[in-house]
Write a protein that binds this ligand. Structure first.
Ligand SMILES: *Cc1c(COP(=O)(O)O)cnc(C)c1O
Length: 212
């Protein structure tokens, strides 16, 4: 089932990804390593996790298979060290304090940690992320960090409004031509996200099934 689901999602992406610029992140939170292994066996390499302890267990079980791990969940200060040591990408950075800690704690023998700034694109009080008006100031500060590389933005739009939100993200990307990565689009709206320039789509339940 997972293999078939994965193929279906890949087909949906290919149908709209004319420039072949999109990378699929399989979001595997709450799913066992054996589920991820099924996807790995047919070539899936990028995985997204939200909960640190659970992620660390899977990273250990699945090590040695050239996987690329993305941290996409909320980040508390006391979790930054293990995130900096175990992930290649972090999508959910929403304040400079967290970026600074990740920079200081990234082991220098590893490649730079790739980072996305999470944008609260619909100004929703219940969601994390920086506001659009704060972006430029925060982006400017990233020049001071040696061990992390700001690559772009991530958003989780209000599903009722995602077309409009994705279009706003496309405008923000245009203002930052030195950034090349836009993480947006989930199971229900990946086509729309790709049409608006998404380079990572994050798909969970359409690959691994519903979470209980
Ligand atoms: C869970 C999650 C996803 C995947 O959601 P699905 O509805 O399972 O496809 C994508 N992005 C983030 C940030 C998530 O937490």
């Amino acid at each position: 089932m997972i293999v078939e689901n994965l193929k279906n999602v890949q087909n949906r992406i290919h149908a709209v990804d004319a420039k072949n610029k999109v990378t699929l992140i399989a979001v595997s939170k709450t799913k066992p390593a054996s589920d991820l292994q099924q996807a790995i066996d047919v070539g899936q390499r990028h995985f997204g996790e939200n909960y640190l302890q659970e992620a660390l267990e899977k990273i250990d079980i699945l090590k040695g298979q050239n996987l690329i791990w993305h941290f996409i969940g909320p980040i508390q200060s006391n979790k930054t060290k293990q995130i900096a040591e175990n992930f290649s990408w972090v999508h959910s950075v929403d304040r400079l304090k967290i970026a600074k800690r990740l920079n200081d704690q990234r082991p220098t023998q590893l490649d730079k940690l790739h980072m996305l700034l999470q944008v609260n694109i619909d100004n929703e009080p219940t969601k994390s992320g920086v506001l659009e008006s704060e972006i430029d100031d925060i982006v400017a500060h990233f020049q001071n960090f040696q061990n992390i590389s700001l690559r772009g933005f991530m958003c989780i739009p209000n599903p009722d409004n995602s077309a409009n939100s994705f279009a706003k993200m496309a405008q923000i990307m245009k203002k930052h031509p030195n950034l090349d990565t836009l993480s947006m689009g989930m199971s229900s709206d990946l086509e729309l996200a790709i049409e608006n320039g998404a380079t990572f789509v994050r798909i969970g339940s359409d690959i691994f099934g519903k979470r209980v």
